[in-house]
Design a protein around this ligand. Structure first.
Ligand code: ATP
Ligand code: MG
Length: 412
């Protein structure tokens, strides 16, 4: 047991010693059983939020309306939530009120899936009124209670269900699956940021399962709202006799769990045209940094097969697009067109990057000040000289020394 978990149990113990019930609950119980790493320990308790605040020296009222107090214990943070059930769901998104309840079982009943509706007490007992352990063993994602009602209450659960199936490589129980299909249109009510968060977890865990499930449940259109225009039935853009969506998922699956790379693979495999790429990315409210990583990678992909690049072209591309974009684009090329030589391509990028003479203007052996000292007039002349020096050094990677660049200046 690591210190993170030990401290979680300490929080449970303090609550118990004050006379309350307390348990580890939800994702951490699920992941412990699967021997997967646990990133957050949630605690459920009969104590009311004010009792929790009174009991621990360091707390933050993170979700007090929903009964959640964050307890800072040791180096960790623990969400401690009072047993509750959700009130009415007015808009299919958030409960309009929460009602604190007396029993653990009632609290477990409000949780989304059986595998997330288990609690563990300090004596090692598992509280599992909905058959979560059985479903964990069988590898099944199954809603707690009536799936139609549960997805109608909160449509985000639809994407959470698909996401757990991707992360855990589980199947979705039949009635739960049917309810997802039936309630899919409710996803239109969910904030794009929350859709994006679940989609990214799918993309990082299993893009091929994700696309397969999103398509089979007809929920893909709520994730990628501007799909490519080609007709999937008649168009086989890669001439492989395989549905391009399936191919896209399989290719992305081959890549490391890196969002910009996996995005670039999907967009390339689906032949999404430039104008549409921007719309897809903006519609998902991606961060500026992620968008520019993806666009940069696609820029390099457009330069064609790296097998055709000459040494100078490699250096120019590194300089213009940066190492990460080149690394991703080359890996994309290897996965799509030359999988047998993938490790050779990866090594090639590293070798060339190690030998790259300059990545930006700052790496030139002469600074702007040096140029002025060498007699160039301040102003646009400096910029032009820099351009030429960069060009020269990219052609002659060993030429990036003061002496050689000063000598070269005389030729301009
Ligand atoms: P992970 O942390 O890996 O995303 P998790 O299951 O821990 O998965 P959290 O969002 O951390 O998910 O939520 C903790 C627990 O709260 C869940 O295990 C589940 O019991 C409950 N829960 C979370 N979101 C919902 C929801 N939308 N509807 C019902 N129960 C939920
Ligand atoms: Mg969690």
């Amino acid at each position: 047991m690591d210190s993170f978990e030990r401290e979680a149990w300490q929080v449970v113990e303090i609550l118990e010693q004050a006379g309350y019930e307390a348990y580890l609950v939800g994702g951490c119980v699920r992941d412990k059983h699967l021997q997967r790493p646990v990133y957050d320990y949630d605690i459920t308790t009969s104590a009311l939020p004010d009792d929790v605040i009174a009991l621990f020296p360091h707390t933050v009222p993170t979700g007090i309306k929903h009964g959640t107090v964050t307890v800072l214990q040791g180096d960790g943070q623990y969400e401690v939530t009072t047993f509750r059930t959700d009130g009415e769901y007015e808009d299919g998104r958030r409960p309009s009120s929460v009602i604190f309840v007396r029993s653990l079982t009632e609290d477990l009943a409000r949780r989304d899936f059986t595998i997330n509706a288990m609690a563990l007490s300090r004596d090692g007992r598992l509280h599992d009124p909905f058959g979560g352990l059985r479903d964990l063993r069988d590898g099944v994602v199954c809603a707690v209670g009536d799936p139609l009602k549960r997805f109608d209450e909160d449509a985000l659960r639809i994407l959470r269900g698909i996401r757990f199936a991707c992360q855990l490589r589980f199947t979705i129980e039949e009635r739960t699956f049917a309810a997802i299909v039936y309630e899919a249109q409710e996803l239109g009510k969910i904030a794009r940021e929350r859709v994006r968060e679940e989609w990214h977890k799918m993309l990082l865990s299993s893009p091929s399962l994700a696309l397969d499930l999103l398509r089979r449940t007809d929920t893909l259109r709520y994730v990628i709202t501007r799909p490519p225009t080609f007709d999937l039935q008649v168009n086989d853009p890669w001439g492989r006799g395989i549905d391009p969506w399936q191919l896209a998922g399989e290719w992305a699956e081959q890549a490391p769990a890196d969002l910009p790379l996996r995005y670039a693979i999907l967009l390339t495999a689906l032949r999404v045209e430039d104008a549409r790429v921007d719309k897809v990315l903006s519609d998902l409210k991606l961060s500026g940094a992620l968008k520019s990583s993806i666009r940069n990678t696609l820029r390099v992909v457009k330069l064609g097969s790296p097998a055709e690049w000459r040494d100078v072209f490699w250096r120019e591309t590194f300089y213009r697009c940066g190492k990460e974009a080149v690394r991703r684009a080359v890996l994309l090329h290897a996965i799509l067109h030359d999988p047998e030589n993938r490790s050779r391509w990866e090594a090639d990028v590293e070798r060339r990057a190690a030998a790259q003479p300059i990545w930006s203007l700052q790496d030139l052996a002469l600074s702007g000040q040096d140029l002025i000292a060498a007699g160039l007039p301040e102003g646009p002349e400096i910029g032009r000289a820099n351009q030429r020096l960069v060009h020269w050094v990219l052609q002659h990677p060993d030429a990036n020394t003061r002496e050689q660049l000063l000598a070269k200046l005389q030729d301009f």
